[in-house]
Design a protein around this ligand. Structure first.
Ligand code: ATP
Length: 249
């Protein structure tokens, strides 16, 4: 069972300049959450904090898994840039975590090939990253995420650099393959958030808070022409616009 994640009074400063303080939220386990908000409000910083990637002297408060176990070692990361190493083959990139732990075996290689099959890249295990399209590279990154098989997956705009159709394909693939995991997805795309997530959150400013805007119980990925989703998309865009245009207090 993938754990939920609780944020209790999280505060973060860069060079003594506070970005946010007393941030609270509970992200339910085993489902997708999207986080939207104005550029620069601190979404990526929050995700880095949860991943344990920030210098902890700048971070205050508590980030806890709902099962009481440490989050450390149970989190996979997928970002906007695929972070493939150009000198490694596709299969070696999928095996990167295993290689770094010096544990590569024939079984791992078989599993990596199975993951590549699942993301639609069967037969490309020995290709080099430079010969792949942007969409194919993100598929490799997804296969690497699946290979690590962590219960928590943090995604920082993983689809934003892709063309519209490839983006839809990758969204649907990730939604299917990461079912049952606790996924936090940062996105600027309200439709992406509403199609993929069970809970849609907005990080608003002045003060910075996390607000759950929608809880959706229909199965994801949802259809592009789902009337309810399209209506919520309009509401969400209007809300984000209002938040962005609100005058400073
Ligand atoms: N390592 C860092 N050192 C100093 N300041 C930083 C650092 N990382 C981020 N910042 C600043 O913190 C603020 C929030 O950045 P962050 O990337 O978290 O926002 P964001 O909401 O994810 O933005 P975007 O949607 O554009 O990706 C920005 O003003 C940014 O310049």
């Amino acid at each position: 069972m993938s754990p939920g994640i609780s944020l209790r009074d999280i505060g973060l400063s860069y060079a003594s300049k506070p970005l946010f303080s007393q941030l609270k939220a509970h992200f339910k386990g085993g489902c997708w959450h999207s986080i939207l908000g104005r550029s620069g409000v601190g979404k990526s910083s929050l995700l880095h904090s949860i991943a344990g990637l920030l210098n902890d002297t700048a971070l205050t408060g508590n980030i806890n898994a709902s099962d009481g176990q440490p989050l450390h070692g149970r989190v996979a990361w997928m970002g906007q840039r695929d972070a493939l190493l150009p000198w490694l083959t596709v299969q070696q990139n999928v095996l990167l975590g295993v290689r770094l732990r010096k544990q590569v075996s024939a079984q791992h290689q078989e599993r990596a090939n199975a993951m590549l099959e699942r993301v639609g890249l069967g037969g490309m295990a020995q290709s080099m990253p430079e010969h792949l399209s942007g969409g194919q590279r993100q598929r490799v990154a997804l296969a690497r995420t699946l290979m690590e098989d962590k219960p928590v997956v943090l995604m920082d705009e993983p689809f934003s650099a892709l063309d519209a159709i490839t983006r839809l394909q990758l969204q649907d693939l990730a939604s299917t393959l990461l079912q049952g995991k606790t996924v936090l997805l940062i996105t600027h795309d309200p439709l992406e958030a509403l199609r993929l997530s069970e809970q849609v959150w907005v990080m608003t400013e002045r003060p910075v808070v996390l607000k759950m805007m929608f809880a959706i119980d229909t199965p994801a990925p949802r259809a592009l022409d789902d009337a309810q989703i399209l209506s919520w998309q309009g509401q969400l865009l209007a809300y984000l616009q209002k938040d962005q245009e609100a005058p400073a207090p």
